[in-house]
Design a protein around this ligand. Structure first.
Ligand SMILES: [Zn+2]
Length: 316
């Protein structure tokens, strides 16, 4: 077989597809029985569509800012002058400049509002689509490099660190070593503040994500830092298993912790939407099948994602 070396350099938008799908899947098991009747039979949908928002980035320009916030533009941690409420933030900075720096904390609130309405309408298709997608944005808010303008180490000579943190580490370690037994979802009395807490934790962690990698990188010659692996007949260059494990250790299992917190947060948001909608009976919903428009939308997302993947050769 002829193997062509390829450097993995996928666009760095969020947790990798693997982690997003796992987060939505594990979150289902934190729900009460009244919700499990809907979420468990549809777990495959929630798994599969956890990544739709990333696919949409290739098709819809305004999608991008919903996944991150370059919070360091707003001063110093904990950014006391940045208003947490959307309207106050717009008044202070204008919508355009907020969009430029990313809006993930506020977009989660929009999605929560939509999901709550879908529960009130008892509309199964909407509930499932919005649940899958809000899970994505909540998980993104937990990634330190989504709360930092040096999101792929581009300012510090650490290109590739984004995918390293959120894809390579969970893909190598999550199934073998990590524990996702987390407990039960709870109702969030202040979802906006809950989100901001998580975003601020991400922002605070971003410095150590970058500095730990810098430190480790100085100790490793490049032929030990990277290795080649055969993936479906393609030889790919990626961070070596040794290097990945050493980095994970140096960060004290931060990736596992943030992934577990993502799972918990996703379940809490689903549960909060359902409670705030008056706990509708999920055994009796309307609009249970995806219509032609839904199916075409899924097709379109897949097609635009595949098209872009082919031309997406430049690492950020
Ligand atoms: Zn994303």
């Amino acid at each position: 077989m002829c193997l062509v070396p390829v450097l993995i350099c996928a666009k760095t938008y969020s947790w990798g597809f693997y982690a997003h799908r796992q987060i939505n899947t594990y979150a289902v098991f934190l729900l009460p029985p009244e919700m499990l009747v809907l979420f468990k039979p549809n777990i495959q949908f929630l798994h599969e569509h956890a990544v739709d928002p990333d696919k949409r980035r290739y098709a819809v320009a305004e999608e991008g800012p919903r996944h991150y916030i370059d919070i360091d533009h707003y001063g110093k941690f904990p950014f006391p002058t940045l208003p947490h409420a959307w309207n106050d933030a717009v008044q202070k900075y204008s919508r355009d400049s907020l969009m430029k720096r990313g809006i993930v904390p506020w977009w989660i609130q929009t999605m929560l509002y939509r999901l709550t309405n879908a529960f009130k309408e008892k509309n199964q298709v909407k509930i499932l689509k919005l649940s899958a997608e809000i899970g994505h944005y909540i998980a993104d808010a937990h990634v330190p490099l989504h709360a930092c303008s040096n999101h792929n180490g581009q300012l510090t000579g650490q290109h590739g660190i984004h995918g390293f943190w959120e894809s390579r580490i969970p893909e190598l370690l999550a199934e073998k070593e990590w524990d996702f037994f987390i407990g039960k979802a709870r109702h969030l009395s202040d979802p906006l503040e809950f989100t901001w807490q998580r975003v601020l934790e991400s922002a605070a962690a971003s410095d150590s994500v970058l500095s730990a990698e810098k430190k480790l990188s100085n100790l490793y010659p490049s032929d030990q830092k990277f290795s080649f692996e055969n993936r479906n007949g393609v030889l790919v260059r990626q961070y070596s298993a040794d290097y990945t494990i050493a980095y994970n250790k140096l960060m004290n299992d931060m990736v596992e912790r943030r992934m577990r917190q993502s799972v918990y947060a996703v379940a809490c948001f689903w549960y909060t939407a359902w409670v705030n909608a008056g706990q509708p009976d999920l055994k009796n919903l309307t609009n249970k099948t995806f219509d032609e428009t839904d199916l075409q939308e899924f097709e379109k997302l897949n097609a635009s994602w595949k098209n872009m993947q082919g031309s997406d050769k430049i690492c950020e």
